[in-house]
Design a protein around this ligand. Structure first.
Ligand code: KIV
Ligand code: ZN
Length: 383
């Protein structure tokens, strides 16, 4: 199967920073952007340049610091926003202006207080203006997940004609269902006459816990850019998590006809950096980057993994940047893992009887203490 490249567009520094409490300093943004470059993400949305002087300076600093990834700034479909965004990214080796306007009936009526035709005119004006300042322009239909299909077709056809080369379809409020959202992306690509002149992108929020599922469903339907964030950081319940998307595609090459050229061994270090900087802890059971993602406690699982990791692991811990998988010794653990761990601590049992006795002591202790460390384990043989 011929694989097509999937553009990984990271918005940790923009949508991620919109998480209440996740504000980052300029130096921290540059530090994260350098790490994203090591990960080899294609596009870094470095901020919303017009939002504040600090945002403008941060986008500019990222544009100067990063050499390989494309640097993008968000801009409303307004002249001033677009000018400021263009200036902020101008020092980058590769840059993009990302402009947007809302397209759902509820947003147009109550938020914008504009007629649909006026929204189309403003979108076309914005894209034309952005194209005069930058060759790479992305247009987003905000709240596309709740927009009318025919209206989306109409506005998208016009903004592609005006020069937008990436069309982003956000599920701004996390309302979409995977099958339905994927179907909509496929139908848009089929029905818009000039759809072949642009890359279709998705940007899914996680209000119902479906951001990654909606993104992957859209990739199956033809989307070739995914907007996502490290640790799924983002407005409200967050955005689709970059690490989950990348590893789903990598782990199931039989299922996806795309490749993402990401240096996966930097996923865990990047996740930890974003968590340290923002102060947002990563939940232990978070896929890929949670501390338990490659930890095994139950005896049956530990025994299987010691014999062959593939019995219970679909990815290797080292692939995503962990040192190795982790055998947690607790009350569910079995004799094989206990014996293996004690061997690593320099303790070997001469007889089956001595192993059985030590294992029994270990179980008594494990009932009292949730997770045992090495000195707890040594205490079971030292008495
Ligand atoms: O969620 C959203 O709609 C956005 C757009 C501005 C892309 O973040
Ligand atoms: Zn968003």
């Amino acid at each position: 199967m011929h694989k097509q490249p999937l553009v990984i567009f990271d918005t940790t520094l923009r949508d991620g920073e919109q998480s209440p409490g996740a504000t980052m300093s300029l130096a921290e943004k540059v530090q994260i952007a350098r790490m994203l470059e090591k990960l080899n993400v294609d596009v870094i949305e470095a901020g919303f340049a017009i939002a504040s002087p600090g945002d403008f300076e941060a986008v500019k600093a990222v544009a100067l610091a990063v050499k390989d990834s494309r640097i993008c700034s968000l801009a409303r479909a307004l002249d001033k926003d677009i000018e400021v965004a263009a200036e902020a990214v101008s020092a980058a080796n590769n840059s993009r202006i990302h402009t947007f306007i809302a397209t759902s009936p509820i947003h147009m009526k109550y938020k914008l207080q504009m007629e649909p035709d006026a929204v189309i005119d403003q979108a076309v004006r914005a894209v034309t203006k952005a194209r005069n300042l930058n060759d790479d322009v992305e247009f987003s239909c905000e709240d596309a997940g709740r927009s009318e299909f025919d209206f989306l077709c109409k506005i998208i056809e016009k903004v592609i004609a005006a020069g937008a080369s990436t069309i982003n379809i956000p599920d701004t409020v996390g309302y979409a269902m995977p099958q339905q959202f994927g179907q909509m992306i496929g139908d848009l690509i089929q029905n818009i006459p000039n759809a072949d002149k642009a890359i279709f992108s998705i940007h899914c929020h996680n209000d119902l816990g479906l951001a990654v599922a909606n993104s992957l469903s859209s990739v199956l339907a033809g989307a070739r850019q995914v907007e996502c964030t490290i640790n799924g950081l983002g407005e409200r319940a967050g955005n689709a998590s970059l690490e989950e998307i990348v590893m789903a595609i990598r782990t199931r090459p039989d299922f996806f006809n795309v490749t993402a050229d990401i240096n996966a061994e930097f996923l865990v270090p990047t996740s930890q950096m974003v968590s340290d900087i923002t102060g947002f802890p990563v939940q232990p059971n978070k896929a890929i980057v949670g501390s338990n993602a490659f930890a095994h406690e139950s005896g049956i699982h530990q025994d299987g993994v010691l014999k062959n990791p593939e019995t219970y692991e679909i990815m290797r811990a080292e692939t995503v940047g962990w040192d190795e998988n982790r055998m947690v010794l607790g009350k569910h653990s079995g004799r094989a893992a206990f014996k293996n761990h004690m061997h690593k601590l320099g303790v070997d049992f001469d007889t089956y009887e001595s192993l059985r006795e030590a294992f029994n002591q270990f179980k008594i202790l494990a009932d009292k203490k949730h997770e045992l460390n090495d000195s707890d384990l040594l205490s079971v043989i030292n008495g």
